[in-house]
Design a protein around this ligand. Structure first.
Ligand SMILES: *Cc1c(COP(=O)(O)O)cnc(C)c1O
Length: 493
């Protein structure tokens, strides 16, 4: 299996090279040349397999340059040691035709763990395959969730180091503590005096600064990134769509071959794109429902065929979905256009230069064959939390709630009764104050006190929350936004 670029289809690379390189030299994203197929019998056979075995079945079709043993080691290190006893992607049934897939049982309580636990393992193997000797330093700017998930994944992985920058006073208390208490000999965490954009701009500048790169090279270090455009973050997400289907079968909610819907709370379009890839591999999917919050650039795109990033940016209670440029959409456009790389290069140039583009009729038609879309306001999101708690005695976080709210509207509008899996992307304990505010009027100022109240309501509290309360703060570095490059260089011993 080889990979090409969305902007230059003359390229052909094995998976290892795509993992190490991250992004194609032409600015495009790596995509599989063809999609491996799984038969209905193979999919049904997953019902009897563990998550790790399901992962092997899917990933071995894509990572053909990895040996079975290498891949099994990657999977074991990622999923068998760091996820709690409920597993990687368990289903919780709300009723006979609707299930929630809980993707937040990893170390940082959000679905990004599913990809960020295994990406470092892929990179460790891939570095050997491409004979990389330098230490790979992963540089991350985070608005909260990604930083911690990347720290957990990369901590103490051989040959790798990680530096995370977060906006000082720009993340929740819980998120800040998660990062500043991170252990590991190869981790560096720093608060930046500025907002998330300042931190992100600083990181981008470092990547583009030849002087900084030369300084780091002297110390035997090469920079890389772990953001969601890396193929190594996307491919692990395909697995849980198959896993959900297998569990629906196993529970007797569907018959082999029945189609199901998925609802996906979406930001950068990585998660839902993995669902589209699963469909292309043969998974019986009716509709992938793309759920957005008040930042509804994707809903408008699905409605009109015009992607327009020139608009106001809103801060919401589902911050991991506050995004105006959904990078992974580029990969979907590539598929919808039948692999027309010059056209994708042109659309992406329009986005960069004018902040918008329009897709053609054929692509628009193809888009609606697989997808539906909708958005939820802050009020609708809060009502979804409140109602799900009241009706099903089940507590969801603010991101998952966007999905639930959008699905309610979708069902009303379409009368579609296809069995459905709602992807739950974060634990309610990650955003306890917002969750509590949706359920009751009085809420404490402190996140930990809010978490205690959730616990008293009978909602199972993950061990990580208790541990965080007493963890030692190990990282106290703060830097100015124009001193980030210097700080990175000094962080390397
Ligand atoms: C990152 C994130 C999302 C959005 O996922 P994308 O792959 O960027 O679309 C949704 N919910 C949570 C909790 C997240 O952390």
């Amino acid at each position: 299996m080889l990979y090409t670029s969305t902007r230059d289809s003359s390229l052909r690379f094995p998976a290892a090279k795509c993992f190490v390189q991250g992004i194609s030299a032409d600015g495009g994203l790596f995509v599989p040349e063809t999609f491996p197929q799984l038969t209905l019998d193979e999919i049904a056979s997953m019902s009897e397999l563990s998550y790790s075995e399901r992962a092997f079945m899917v990933l071995s079709r894509y990572l053909t340059d990895f040996s079975a043993e290498e891949l099994k080691t990657c999977i074991k290190n990622a999923y068998e040691l760091k996820f709690d006893d409920q597993g990687v992607a368990p289903l919780h049934f709300l009723n006979d035709t609707t299930a929630v897939m809980e993707l937040y049982h990893g170390p940082t309580l959000a679905f990004k763990d599913v990809a960020l636990q295994i990406l470092p393992q892929f990179l460790k193997c891939a570095r050997k395959k491409v004979n990389e000797d330098a230490t790979t330093l992963i540089l991350v700017a985070t608005s909260g969730d990604t930083g911690k998930a990347a720290l957990e994944g990369f901590a103490d992985v051989d040959g790798m180091a990680i530096a995370v920058f977060f906006p000082n006073q720009g993340v929740s208390k819980m998120q800040q503590l998660q990062m500043t208490t991170q252990t590991g000999d190869n981790v560096f965490v720093c608060a930046v005096n500025g907002n998330f954009d300042d931190a992100q701009t600083g990181v981008k500048k470092i990547f583009a600064d030849e002087g900084v790169k030369a300084e780091l090279a002297k110390k035997g270090v090469k920079l890389s990134s772990a953001n969601s455009i890396n193929w190594g973050r996307l491919v692990p997400q395909i697995v849980y769509y198959f896993s959900a289907y297998a569990d629906m079968l196993k529970a007797g909610k569907i018959q082999k071959g029945d189609k199901i819907n998925f609802v996906v709370p979406t930001g950068n379009f990585g998660d839902i794109l993995a669902g589209f890839y699963a469909k292309k591999m043969g998974l019986p999917v009716n509709k992938l429902i793309c759920a957005s919050n008040k930042n509804k650039v994707l809903t408008d795109f699905f409605d009109t065929g015009i992607y327009c990033a020139n608009r106001d940016f809103y801060k919401t209670n589902s911050p991991s979905m506050d995004i105006l440029i959904s990078s992974n959409l580029e990969r979907l456009l590539f598929e919808l256009s039948g692999g027309d790389a010059p056209m994708i290069a042109s659309l992406m140039a329009q986005l960069k230069n004018a902040g918008e583009y329009r897709i053609n009729e054929d692509m628009f038609t193809a888009l609606h064959e697989s997808f539906a879309a909708g958005n939820a306001s802050e009020t609708e999101t809060a009502y979804a939390i409140r109602d799900t708690w009241a009706e099903s005695n089940y507590c969801i976080d603010t991101h998952t709630a966007v999905g639930v709210a959008v699905y309610e509207k979708y069902r009303k509008n379409t009368k579609d009764t296809t069995p459905c899996v709602l992807l739950s992307t974060a634990s309610p304990y990650k955003f306890p104050r917002s969750v509590l505010a949706a359920i009751q009027h009085e809420i404490p100022e402190d996140e930990f006190e809010a978490a205690e109240i959730l616990k008293s309501m009978g909602i199972k509290q993950p061990a990580q929350i208790e541990a965080l309360k007493t963890a030692t703060v190990l990282h106290k570095t703060v830097c100015e936004k124009d001193a980030m490059a210097e700080t990175v260089i000094n962080s390397v011993k």
